[in-house]
Design a protein around this ligand. Structure first.
Ligand SMILES: Cc1cc2nc3c(=O)[nH]c(=O)nc-3n(C[C@H](O)[C@H](O)[C@H](O)COP(=O)(O)OP(=O)(O)OC[C@H]3O[C@@H](n4cnc5c(N)ncnc54)[C@H](O)[C@@H]3O)c2cc1C
Length: 402
């Protein structure tokens, strides 16, 4: 049975989040200049999120959350995406949300108490350190080394573009612990406290778009010593666990991008209704109507792909092909929708008086992080070819809906 009805409890939750964003978060955001978070305002909003029972929605109640699954998160993240700070207010922003999920799945009891507990309470921030200057899209080329010495591991290397590293209390570091096996089996995840000697945040890298607390950082690991008990998961499981984290994390980005795209289209449509040129509103021009219609179609397709992928994750079905397709499609649709919105709003859209110019700058990175579009396309095509060879057609690799 195919049923597109949103369950009433989730619909109520979505409405509650949408109202909170519109009435409290967006007005507060206006008072904060780009990138400058006011800790007092954030703390007040977070208390309100707790009062509304919206705090850390993705974690189960034992960790102080409300236990919303991937489908519910897809619905509320679309509402949160309209604001740069809303995910922070609810404590479900990247990279902490993905790290919380990973810790919940892979950490030992002691590690959960030490790292997940304070993260779930937003007492600390964290980061995920995988990418290196010499190894980005192809993680198999990672150079950061972990060498065992007795009961300790010594980590040496350089990381690049580590979101939130400046001020993070700890990092989940991906390092090569066994160079003698294929890379997929030779990597391990380590929990590294930021006050460990040798952990060095070199700088926040200047970027085109905006960023949250802690920037996007270059980090050096200068013979960082961590006990064996700081391994997250099992030795050699690093690549698999990183993929486990990245699947749902990619989808979480898609959910927020839909919110950004929807807000851009709302602004552009309202502007088209009221702005007159040559004696008629823009809304009456076919050239403008087509831009609006194309954006509506982009958004509709994006929503369906994200909701279907979230449904697959929620029901523990294979999801990687669908998430890869959604990641590429929604990232690129976001760029198209924001670009059209800016065009329709003209000089006003290009100005800092509307949020669209910021969305435009931020949207550009969506096609790069969590895997560039080209690499996802390579994987998607590989699965298509495999399905064709094994099954005689490609339906199962195109979303498997029919
Ligand atoms: C805003 C932002 C935040 C980030 N946050 C984090 C973080 O918190 N932690 C972390 O570990 N990393 C993070 N990253 C890094 C991100 O994961 C990498 O940028 C990404 O994996 C791509 O690596 P790269 O930038 O080195 O691109 P490269 O590997 O240099 O690739 C460059 C380009 O080459 C093309 N390309 C690459 N491979 C292929 C191929 N096989 N076929 C065709 N074309 C190809 C693509 O167009 C790609 O964009 C972040 C990046 C950004 C921009």
């Amino acid at each position: 049975m195919i049923d597109f009805t949103i369950p009433p409890a989730l619909d109520d939750l979505r409405t509650c989040v949408a109202n909170f964003v519109r009435e409290d978060i967006l007005p507060a955001e206006k008072r904060m200049p780009e990138g400058r978070l006011d800790e007092h305002v954030l703390a007040t909003l977070r208390q309100r999120a707790r009062d509304l029972a919206l705090w850390t929605p993705h974690l189960p109640p034992e960790w102080g959350g409300i236990g919303v699954g991937p489908l519910g998160m897809a619905l509320i993240s679309q509402e949160l995406g309209v604001s740069a700070i809303a995910p922070l207010v609810l404590n479900c922003s990247a990279p902490d949300e993905g790290n919380m999920h990973l810790l919940e799945k892979a950490a030992t009891h002691e590690q959960k108490q030490r790292y997940l507990r304070p993260l779930a309470a937003a007492e600390v921030r964290s980061c995920f350190a995988m990418t290196e200057q010499a190894s980005g899209a192809d993680a198999a080329g990672l150079k950061t080394q972990a060498v065992r010495e007795g009961d300790e591991w010594v980590l040496t290397g350089e990381k690049w573009f580590i979101t939130g590293a400046n001020g993070a209390a700890f990092a989940i570091v991906v390092a090569v612990s066994n160079p003698n096996v294929p890379p997929q089996q030779g990597m391990t995840l380590f929990l590294v406290d930021a006050d460990t000697p040798g952990w060095e945040v070199v700088r926040e890298i200047p970027v085109m778009g905006t960023h949250g607390p802690g920037g996007h950082c270059e980090v050096r690991l200068n013979s960082v010593r961590v006990p064996h008990s700081q391994i997250l998961g099992q030795e050699g499981q690093g690549f698999a666990l990183a993929q486990l984290r990245l699947g749902p994390a990619r989808l979480a980005h898609c959910m927020r991008w839909i919110g950004v795209a929807q807000r851009s289209l709302d602004i552009a449509t309202a502007r088209a209704r009221t702005r007159e040129t040559f004696g008629a509103p823009l809304a009456e021009r076919q050239a403008v109507q087509w831009m609006l219609a194309d954006s509506a179609m982009d958004l509709y397709a994006s929503r369906l792909m994200v909701l279907h992928s979230a449904w697959l994750i929620e029901h523990e079905k294979p999801y990687r092909q669908e998430v890869a397709m959604a990641k590429v499609y929604v990232a690129e649709a976001l760029g198209r929708i924001v670009d059209r919105a800016l065009q329709i709003c003209g000089s006003l859209g290009y100005s800092g008086d509307l949020p669209i110019e910021r969305f435009y700058r931020d949207a550009r990175a969506a096609r790069i992080y969590d895997g560039p579009s080209e690499v996802h396309r390579m994987v998607i095509a590989r699965n298509l070819l495999k399905a064709s060879a094994l099954e005689g057609d490609t339906k199962s690799a195109c979303g498997g809906l029919a």
